[in-house]
Design a protein around this ligand. Structure first.
Ligand SMILES: N[C@H](CCC[C@H](N)C(=O)O)C(=O)O
Length: 262
């Protein structure tokens, strides 16, 4: 099958994007997605997304991890697919698209950065030294003194495959507090089974549990290996957050075409 693809990255979290408005790629298989995402034999990416028509919405986003399986919401992917929609000619100031966790609003600001509204968070579990919460994808969040000293892949893989999380899997975030409003996050991602340069839903989860203002509006700056993001939100309680916006750059890297026969 001939595939025309676009490569995007959002703070180093990189994706293959397919224009599926004519339903050309709806039958793509996990093996084909896994091959396309392979860093040596394929195009190479953390994940693949299809943009499809959806009545009542500007488009529908379908997300696959690089292991080839569809998965939960991808925050950086959501930011990239909005830039992709604009490039395709779906020109808006405010977008409203449908994803696996429901409807998302998004806007492209004057600097070309994308603000993506994330789903509300209604539950945060805290046990001993870590938090577990779902920001569209499930996240484990742990504070550490120095994230650069950490073997994120080894430690993240062990937690992701531990008895508590092995069945569903979980994304594992290690955070270091830089100052009152800034954190540094490194993430081991489920379904990529490696550290990614940033993880949008992970950055969001990490920012929520780092809120400086215990009641009301917060803005947390987040440093990642792939660049800087910010998360704005209202903290209602330690377990409830709403009006959550993930903000940052999302750029097209190249366009290409390839063939997949498998
Ligand atoms: N790997 C995640 C989905 C992608 C999340 C990440 N790329 C983001 O930007 O939110 C999972 O299977 O839960």
């Amino acid at each position: 099958m001939k595939i025309e693809f676009y490569k995007y990255q959002g703070t180093g979290n990189d994706f293959i994007l397919l224009d599926n408005r004519e339903n050309m790629y709806s039958n793509i298989t996990p093996r084909q997605v896994n091959f396309l995402c392979h860093r040596r034999f394929g195009v190479g990416a953390d994940g693949l997304m299809m943009l499809s028509e959806k009545p009542g919405f500007d488009f529908e986003m379908t997300y696959f991890n690089s292991d080839g399986n569809t998965s939960s919401m991808c925050g950086n992917g959501g930011r990239c697919i909005v830039k992709f929609a604009s490039m395709l000619g779906i020109k808006k100031t405010n977008y409203n698209f449908y994803a696996v966790d429901g409807a998302h609003e998004a806007e492209i600001d004057l600097n070309g950065e994308v603000r993506l509204k994330m789903k509300d968070v209604d539950d945060v579990e805290f046990s001993y030294t870590y938090y577990v919460l779902n920001t569209g994808s499930p996240h484990y969040v742990k504070s550490v003194p120095d994230v650069n000293q950490l073997d994120v892949v080894a430690e993240g893989r062990e937690i992701r495959n531990s008895k508590e999380f092995a069945r569903e899997g979980i994304n594992v975030n290690f955070i270091e507090t830089i100052d009152d409003d800034t954190i540094y996050v490194r993430t081991y991602e489920r379904g990529v089974e490696d550290e990614t340069y940033s993880c949008g839903t992970g950055v969001t989860a990490s920012a929520l549990i780092s809120a400086h203002n215990d009641n009301g509006f917060n803005r947390v700056e987040v440093k990642t290996r792939g660049g800087r993001l910010s998360v704005e939100f209202e903290k209602i309680s330690d377990k409830k957050f709403k009006n959550i916006w993930l903000c940052g750059p999302a750029e097209m890297v190249f366009k290409g075409e390839t063939k997949v026969s498998i």
